[in-house]
Write a protein that binds this ligand. Structure first.
Ligand SMILES: [Zn+2]
Length: 178
């Protein structure tokens, strides 16, 4: 196990530390609201078989309370969409944020319906309400959410008191949770 620190977060690599992964994680954490970063204890980067039975699994997990990412999610061939911002990492942070704040459960009936309208990929290992929130969170933080999804996520308990989302892909900033 090898360790480094990114924005004060311990990042552990099962194998050698990858400079590509370190830069990618740094670029991704940069756009995560500070309040949400404080609940991320550490990040682990592990071989795919430590996450799933499929050796080509290029995703992550967060069942232990912090993001665990497959080495393959830093492979541009497997996950071109994870550059410059790692959508897999944002997704796993979304699960942790949802769990910490009870974010999906805090939503109005209308906003829950908006998130349930998101299609969950068949390949996703997690299904259900938490998965909707994690996908929506990733979309909002990466700048790819629809206006309706963005409004719903920003109305969740996780964004109370969060004044600014650093978003390098758009000029939008969060005007506080409604
Ligand atoms: Zn998920």
């Amino acid at each position: 196990m090898n360790e480094t620190t990114i924005f004060g977060k311990r990042v552990r690599f099962q194998n050698a530390i990858s400079e590509t992964a370190v830069a990618n994680i740094r670029d991704t954490l940069w756009v995560v609201p500070t309040q949400h970063l404080t609940i991320i204890r550490q990040i682990d980067v592990v071989p795919p078989l430590m996450l799933a039975s499929n050796p080509n699994y290029a995703g992550g997990g967060s069942g232990c309370g912090y993001p665990r990412l497959s080495e393959l999610c830093f492979d541009r061939g497997f996950r071109p969409n994870n550059f410059p911002i790692n959508l897999t990492l944002l997704h796993e942070i979304g699960h942790i944020v949802d769990h910490h704040y009870g974010a999906f459960a805090s939503l109005s009936t209308e906003n829950k319906a908006t998130l349930r309208s998101i299609s969950i990929p068949a390949s996703a290992l997690t299904q259900g309400e938490g998965e909707y929130y994690a996908i929506a969170y990733q979309q909002v933080i990466s700048g790819g959410a629809s206006a309706a999804v963005r409004a719903a996520v920003l109305a969740s308990s996780a964004f109370e008191g969060v004044d600014t989302v650093q978003d390098r892909f758009s000029e939008q900033s969060v005007g506080g949770g409604a």
